[in-house]
Design a protein around this ligand. Structure first.
Ligand SMILES: [Zn+2]
Length: 106
């Protein structure tokens, strides 16, 4: 059976509550209320998640939990730890995620 690991356009990165990054979450939530999303967390880009175009996950620490909605009508969310460095893949659907260090504004 052919398994297409670069399934298109269905992956969604949902915002997570990360106890280590409440400052960033707060900034994003406040930005979303103003209609802006400076870190592209709330609305995942179309067609991201391939090896060449992984989901970008900003974090002020060197790891964080991300939740992958593997299919857009899934009710289950796959949670896994993402560590800084090479892009990692969702253990369920294989979408790529990459943690990018983010500095909080002072
Ligand atoms: Zn997934």
């Amino acid at each position: 059976m052919f398994v297409n690991i670069s399934t298109p356009c269905k992956h969604g990165l949902i915002p997570t509550v990360d106890e280590q990054a409440t400052g960033l979450e707060k900034i994003v939530l406040e930005a979303s209320k103003r209609g802006t999303d400076p870190y592209s967390i709330l609305k995942p880009r179309e067609c991201a998640g391939s090896k060449q175009d992984p989901h970008i996950v900003p974090s002020i620490t060197n790891k964080r939990i991300v939740g992958c909605v593997c299919e857009e009508d899934n009710t289950a969310v796959v949670w896994f730890w993402l560590h800084q460095g090479e892009a990692q893949r969702c253990p369920s659907c294989g979408a790529y995620y990459k943690l990018v260090p983010h500095e909080l504004p002072h």
